[in-house]
Design a protein around this ligand. Structure first.
Ligand SMILES: O=C(CNCCc1c[nH]c2ccccc12)Nc1scc(-c2ccccc2)c1C(=O)NCc1ccccc1
Length: 330
């Protein structure tokens, strides 16, 4: 089997991407964020207090003839940005882009934090990290990819995220029309459960490439690129008027400043992030100060290759044994 579905930016700065999925019988359509940085599939639901719902579509298990309560199972997740959700679990038919998994664990939210309530276009998440990270207890549940894997033509899914445009997620095949040239693969460390791998180095603008192993996670669910402070300061040293603002919690600069590109290495291959991706957003609609798409990871304890980096490439998440990740130009 294979599947293919759109990755649609939820706002004008690509803060996150959502994909139409269907749950249950008859199918209920929700717009979910496919997230390689976590492994819970959770949705706004009929069990979510209406005070915490602001425009989201919900999954109503009682309206689905194929839903089954997973008795006594609960879940609770907190993300590094302090957002959180928790609730109960049903199994039901779940489809992404024509690829169906019967009796997928669908985690129904009984509580979501305010930052999720405020994201009106996001009805939940589909975790595509390793199932070891799943928070359902007493027994953890498998991700959509792990459930689909035995029926897939190839044990892969691919992400073709785009800057200010709709891209695609494909399951079970590698679409050669979506990338130019060879895919460069590098090993993935599957513990503790992220798509963890190394960059082979970086360069700023036209500067010399600095070879160094930089370990981090490729994470479609995180908006920006978070790297070690030494790399980030070297980058913003090239930006007139840039400063690391305590007030805004990161590097800001005059919106009119010229930004250099940022290049990262995967093994011997090089991928260049255009300056426009790093000129992420004005700090407020009328401000002339802008917030960078490249930020320091020192507060996180982990380097995160988020959407700002991933949208500069065609990315293959390979569930083979051993797992690996591939990057290709596009
Ligand atoms: O959780 C995910 C991916 N799902 C995000 C779902 C989501 C959470 N609010 C959302 C809002 C909209 C859409 C999706 C989400 N990735 C990972 S792995 C390690 C960390 C981490 C660990 C410790 C400290 C910091 C991060 C995170 C993290 O918190 N990223 C978000 C972030 C990272 C940095 C800054 C802000 C946020």
């Amino acid at each position: 089997d294979t599947g293919s579905a759109a990755a649609i930016p939820i706002n004008e700065v690509d803060i996150a991407y959502v994909t139409p999925v269907t749950v249950g019988t008859p199918p209920q359509t929700l717009m979910l964020d496919l997230d390689t940085g976590s492994s819970d599939l959770w949705v706004f639901s009929s069990l979510t207090p209406s005070s915490q719902i602001r425009g989201q579509e919900i999954y109503t298990p009682t309206k689905s003839s194929t839903s089954q309560l997973l008795n006594g199972h609960t879940w609770s997740i907190r993300y590094g940005d302090g957002s959180s959700s928790r609730g109960t679990v049903f199994t039901d038919n779940f489809t992404i882009g024509g690829l169906e998994v019967k009796s997928q664990a669908v985690q129904t939210a009984q509580e979501v934090s305010s930052s999720f309530t405020q994201e009106q276009s996001l009805d939940g998440l589909v975790g595509l990290g390793f199932s070891t990270l799943n928070t359902v207890r007493p027994s953890s549940q498998l991700t959509f990819f792990d459930n689909a894997r035995p029926n897939l033509d190839e044990e892969v899914f691919t992400a073709d995220l785009k800057y200010h445009a709709t891209g695609t997620y494909d399951f079970g095949f590698i679409d050669s029309k979506k990338h130019n040239g060879t895919i460069t693969y590098t090993p993935v460390q599957p513990s503790p459960g992220y798509w963890t791998h190394s960059l082979s180095g970086y360069s700023v603008g036209s500067g010399a490439f600095q070879s160094s192993q930089i370990s981090g996670i490729s994470d479609t669910g995180t908006t920006l690129l978070y790297l070690p402070t030494a790399i980030v300061t070297a980058y913003y040293r090239q930006v007139q008027g840039a400063q690391n603002s305590q007030y805004y919690g990161g590097y800001v600069f005059p919106c009119a400043s010229t930004l250099p590109t940022f290049t990262f290495g995967i093994e011997g291959a090089r991928f260049t992030i255009p300056a426009s991706y790093i000129n992420y957003t004005r700090i407020s609609p009328t401000s002339t100060t802008c917030y960078g798409g490249l930020q320091s990871s020192s507060g996180l304890g982990i380097n995160i290759f988020g959407d700002v980096a991933l949208k500069a490439a065609f990315v293959v998440f390979s569930g083979t044994n051993p797992p690996r990740i591939g990057f290709a130009p596009k």
